[in-house]
Design a protein around this ligand. Structure first.
Ligand SMILES: *Cc1c(COP(=O)(O)O)cnc(C)c1O
Length: 482
């Protein structure tokens, strides 16, 4: 998987870039971290980076930009309308994603807002491989619901299935037949399905989905936020595409979709987002919503500097040595944790490593949020901020009953080209210590629960004094170490 082999035979991911701008990090003592996580309501979203050592919360808007991206930001053409920066972005979208018409939006979920407002009506069902938090929220907001059609084995966390993000074609046909074509606004495919461990789909599967879409006259929408890494893993794992360039693979995937949308906070390592298509009628149907919700059609709520960075970042997505960085560091992190018996999602995917909290904290009932508890405990003992992807990130049904998540994961995001190998080794070391002391971790309960996307700002508290016990054990084992 790594582009460079070591003489020693060790499988080490090698940084193929050098660091030219640095930011000081703060590794505060565990006693301060205990106060910080209490102040944050045991929700890692609410921590200040002043108290965070390695920020592995997300890969969204936290990726390192290249020298060429930064340089491009200086030539940004500040104009409300007709900015040349936007023309450069349009050209990049056409050359890299193969789509002529572009609607700019301020981030990925804004694209979801526009698409769902336009196409999702009450009673509608959106078949998809798997949901993402914001995509589901926008479908629900417009009165629709999601039908998740992964193959059953995709939720087996430990596996060597190379394409867990594939859609089950039989389930798709059944879903369409049962709900009726008229109740299906579009089929949604998400590249590198975020919530189940950043797992890709194959091109063969996307082609099958396209055939079904054609048969029933349905639109196919591709969430391309994690497209670059999905393309990279296709090249690694799908034999038919081994010899093709990233450019060919990316165009093949986007070419199968009627509408492509993305968060540029991930794809292109910048900020912003877009919706693109080659079908003029679809572009026209959504066009009027952009000035209403985002901004004029040549900036869409994005700063022109970021538009320039996005254009350059899109071209850089075609560079395999660039795009391989995050997946190869993730593969190292996952395989090293696996060797130590720590339960992790395999095969390694994109955007981060995912620890199986249901196995790690098998003594914590799912109603006490094992993934949330693990995220808080890991921050406490390491200063590393991960993200809960489990029941805290889920919702309640119309009767207020928890919908328990399919999987309880602690996601440790690996932003693109940000961390060094010794920092990754620290992650592994502290995770091993926590695994060996896992019985000290206890559950959480909500003290403040917002009605929508509660995981962002929700507040929780421990169900016992387990955090203090972890601090005691840490001090006994590490002395006065940070
Ligand atoms: C991050 C993400 C989004 C939302 O994008 P934002 O820029 O964070 O609004 C949508 N879909 C997927 C798959 C994502 O990973």
């Amino acid at each position: 998987m790594n582009p460079v082999k070591f003489y020693s035979g060790e499988n080490i991911p090698l940084e193929l870039h050098k660091v030219r701008v640095v930011q000081k990090l703060h590794l505060v003592p565990i006693e301060r971290r205990l106060d910080a996580i209490k102040e944050a309501g045991f929700n890692t979203f609410r921590l200040s980076t002043a108290d965070v050592f390695l920020d592995m919360l997300t890969d969204s808007g936290t990726n390192a930009m290249s020298d060429n991206q930064i340089a491009a930001m200086f030539r940004a053409d500040d104009a409300y309308a007709g900015s040349q920066s936007f023309a450069r972005l349009q050209q990049a979208v056409e050359e890299v994603l193969g789509k002529k018409y572009l609607l700019p939006v301020h981030q990925g979920r804004a694209a979801e807002n526009i698409i769902c407002r336009r196409y999702v009506k009450p009673g509608h069902v959106v078949p998809m491989n798997y949901h993402f938090t914001t995509s589901l929220a926008h479908i629900l907001e417009n009165g629709g619901r999601a039908a998740e059609l992964l193959r059953d084995e995709a939720l087996e966390l430990k596996s060597e299935n190379p394409f867990k993000g594939n859609m089950d074609i039989d389930k798709l046909v059944k879903c369409i037949e049962e709900n009726g074509v008229e109740n299906i606004p579009f089929i949604r495919m998400e590249a590198s399905t975020n919530l189940i461990g950043g797992q890709p789909f194959s091109i063969a599967n996307l082609m099958d989905v396209r055939r079904v879409a054609d048969k029933y006259g349905l639109m196919l929408v591709l969430d391309a936020s994690l497209l670059g890494e999905n393309a990279y893993l296709v090249k690694q794992r799908e034999a038919e595409w081994k010899e093709n360039s990233m450019a060919d693979i990316i165009k093949m995937m986007t070419g199968l979709a009627d509408l492509v949308y993305f968060s540029a906070r991930k794809l292109s390592s910048s900020r912003g987002g877009g919706i693109c298509t080659n079908r003029l009628e679809l572009f026209k149907e959504m066009e009027a919503l952009i000035p209403l919700y985002e901004g004029f059609l040549t900036y869409g709520g994005i700063s022109v500097r970021e538009i320039e960075a996005m254009a350059v970042g899109l071209y850089e997505t075609l560079d395999e040595t660039m795009i391989s960085q995050s997946p190869s560091f993730i593969a190292y992190l996952v395989r090293e944790m696996e060797k130590r018996g720590i339960p992790v999602v395999t095969p390694p995917g994109v955007l981060g490593a995912h620890v199986d909290a249901m196995k790690f904290c098998s003594h914590i009932p799912q109603t006490e949020y094992p993934a949330g508890a693990l995220a808080a405990a890991f921050y406490l003992i390491s200063g590393i901020r991960g993200m809960e992807r489990g029941t805290v990130s889920s919702v309640r049904d119309e009767n207020g009953v928890e919908i328990l998540a399919d999987v309880e994961l602690l996601r440790l995001a690996v932003p693109r080209r940000v961390f060094t190998l010794s920092q990754i080794k620290y992650v592994i070391d502290r995770m091993q210590w926590l695994y060996d002391n896992r019985e000290l971790i206890g559950g959480l309960r909500f003290t403040y629960e917002p009605p929508v996307l509660r995981f962002f700002m929700g507040g929780l508290e421990p169900t016992s004094d387990w955090p203090a016990k972890l601090v005691d054990k840490f001090r006994r084992d590490f002395g006065d170490s940070l």
